[in-house]
Design a protein around this ligand. Structure first.
Ligand SMILES: *Cc1c(COP(=O)(O)O)cnc(C)c1O
Length: 369
């Protein structure tokens, strides 16, 4: 049998988030059967990408859509589209675009590990403060695009996306939104582009529960069409970022499913799981559990914050995280710092909340060695 067990790799219950590190999300049967269907015959891949894109665009109220090999790949291709818009002659030269001195404007407070993907296209960063005046001052004839990385509500941005879009429009600079983890709410599939963002990028393998190596680029047709000549099955910058026929149909099926999902029932499940965790943990000495809303990514779902007293418990949050992973079954919980971690219900299969609760009781009780 080809499976995890035969390789000595332990399956993990995911109470962390839709993190790539633990496999993103689980594909539902509708997605698997669409992939299976796709695997049964050869097809014209470029035509399939176009038809899937048209269908996704229609479903998500966008002008155009393109399936990428992840949101990070979407950042690479969106950056390329921004360069090609001003320098069509760069098509076969990307990422060697030194001659064009193209820059991407990004906000200092939004810097994150994924923005590296902008560099891959050859763009230089123009890193600025989150103020309208800083944005106006930064815009020059080298500016190819403005990137926006929405964050949870942990710290308020000084400038809003609406302001960025308005200023971008004034100077004809496209705004690209990295919305990789901004689902739910489902409305975000059209919200950013309806606001005027040129492109919005999503992960296919996070809450959409499509194939893990997929992503979604939504927005302007001219920008999306500009990257087709350098993307699979054509040659150029995008060729290594390949998606196959199975991913194309799988992501489409995932989006169709997501649009008809009972999001209220799902939110209710998360509420009940958080209540269950709080009720089980709060009687234990040395820790406190509370409902926090929205969660870290700003998704409108609750999660459970656990604050521990490492002295009373005789262990650090890091020890506890390791104990959850060593537990049978292995459980991944969301790390924060030395005295906090989170239990996230959004990636649990129904029933697993009980396994997580029981593991908490086993691992966090003081009378345990
Ligand atoms: C997850 C994530 C990405 C990367 O998405 P992939 O689909 O895994 O490539 C990029 N940006 C942000 C903000 C993310 O959360």
């Amino acid at each position: 049998m080809t499976n995890y067990q035969s390789l000595g790799v332990r399956p993990v219950i995911n109470a962390y988030a839709t993190v790539t590190k633990f496999g993103g999300s689980l594909m539902p049967p509708e997605v698997l059967s669409a992939m299976n269907e796709a695997a049964g015959s050869f097809v014209d891949l470029a035509q399939l990408q176009r038809r899937v894109g048209e269908r996704i665009a229609e479903l998500t109220r966008n002008e155009a859509a393109y399936v990428t090999s992840g949101a990070a790949a979407g950042i690479v291709l969106a950056s390329a589209a921004a360069v090609l818009r001003k320098h069509p002659e760069a098509l076969k030269r990307l990422p060697d675009i030194r001659a064009f001195k193209a820059e991407a404007i990004i906000f200092r407070a939004q810097r994150n590990p994924y923005d590296y993907a902008i560099h891959q296209t050859g763009l230089k960063f123009d890193e600025i403060a989150g103020l309208p005046v800083a944005l106006r001052n930064a815009i020059t004839d080298r500016s190819a695009c403005i990137f926006w990385f929405p964050r949870g509500n942990a710290c308020a941005d000084e400038i809003s996306l609406a302001e960025v879009i308005a200023i971008g429009a004034e100077y004809d600079i496209p705004v690209i939104v990295d919305a990789a983890a901004q689902l739910p709410p489902v409305e975000n599939l059209w919200r950013f582009t309806e606001m005027g963002a040129a492109l919005a990028l999503f992960s296919g393998g996070k809450d959409l529960r499509g194939p893990q190596p997929t992503g979604l680029m939504l927005g302007r047709r001219d920008l999306i069409d500009s990257i087709r000549p350098i993307s699979n099955p054509n040659h150029g910058l995008g060729r290594p970022l390949k998606v196959g026929k199975e991913e194309l149909l799988g992501l489409l099926a995932a989006i169709e499913r997501y649009l008809t999902l009972d999001h209220a029932a799902r939110a209710q499940y998360c509420e009940e799981a958080v209540q269950l965790f709080c009720a089980a943990l709060n009687p234990l000495p040395g820790l406190r559990a509370e409902r926090v809303f929205p969660n870290e990514a700003g998704q409108p779902l609750p999660w459970c914050r656990v604050t521990i007293d490492p002295t009373a418990l005789g262990k650090s949050a890091e020890d506890i995280l390791a104990a959850f992973l060593a537990h049978e079954p292995a459980i991944a919980v969301s790390p924060l710092d030395e005295t906090h971690f989170h239990l996230n219900p959004m990636t649990l299969n129904p029933g697993e909340e009980l396994i997580v609760r029981d593991a908490c009781l086993r691992l966090l009780r003081l009378d345990r060695p």
